[in-house]
Design a protein around this ligand. Sequence first.
Ligand SMILES: CSC[C@H]1O[C@H](OP(=O)(O)O)[C@H](O)[C@@H]1O
Length: 354
Amino acid sequence: MGDHDTRPENTVIPTVRWEEPPDGPVLVLLDQTRLPHEEVELRCTDVQALVGAIRSLAVRGAPVLGVAGAYGVALAAARGYDVEDAVDLLANARPTAVNLAYGVERAAAAYRGAGQDEGPAAALAEARAVHAEDAAASTAMAAHGERLLAELVSGGGYRILTHCNTGALVSGGEGTALGVVLATHRSGELRRLWVDETRPLLQGSRLTAYEAARAGMPYTLLADSAAGSLFAAGEVDAVLVGADRIAADGSTANKVGSYPLAVLAHHHQVPFVVVAPTTTVDLETPDGASIEIEQRPGSEVTDLAPTPLGTQAYNPAFDVTPAALITAIVTENGVISPVTADRLAAVCAKRTGV
Ligand SMILES: CSC[C@H]1O[C@H](OP(=O)(O)O)[C@H](O)[C@@H]1O
């Protein structure tokens, strides 16, 4: 089994930070495309730079996209750019994670409601509120998720498989699914974290392994195609993943490769758990077929390994798991299981933010 880093826990990762130097406000991003070997910050002073960072996944992960989008509106307002243009550019930078448009609209509504003079301050205050609410949601989900695992997995010593990256890098706090894993690690209940490398952009091997090492978790990396043999060997007690958009019927879009894990989990009678704040739920999207799946450049696949020139590649960023294959959805307002439209609507109705 793989070794793990033994450095002291240090899970605070400032993914997104607002600064106000003398020459004007800046949104500072930890460039996730440079991790795990380089911790490089991008300093965005205009919306185009932030949109570029979102599209290149320098900043990525549904909840933090909402936070960054809200700060993007505040940046436009503070620097005198056309706010409505900024709203359009930011909200459409990536189509699947509903959190992005949600955060952008929160700050935009605050700006519009405050009038010209107070607009920039109102947009910034709302962005900070979105940021703080996401951090609080992360803490609440960790607690709900830990209690759920105690109910689902007997005997403690959890062996959890996760896909993509869902830790502090994607959150105002300690994350979504990986935030739950971190809580079990702190409680001494984490026996093994299985980390899918998550092709083609390798969020698992680059980012989840980075976060697991920083936290001192017992983790082992695996090729995505090796997950099936772990299930067959009885080495997985639960699968925990994040989400980018949850439709009204509970269908969930998440990083491509999540749906096959749900099918494997169902076949092997292993709990498949989605951890996501209610800002990821879109009750206006009726079902999974209605979720727009981002299609990314084929070069992200063909550049990974030697391929003949001119090779075409199919590269959807996400896939959709039907509610019937999801054991539970963990939100900041509680756990829903089984996953039904009514339960989903009820847990969203408790949302304290806008
Ligand atoms: C819980 S948010 C993280 C979520 O976002 C990731 O997608 P991407 O890396 O393309 O932003 C992936 O779907 C994760 O589950």
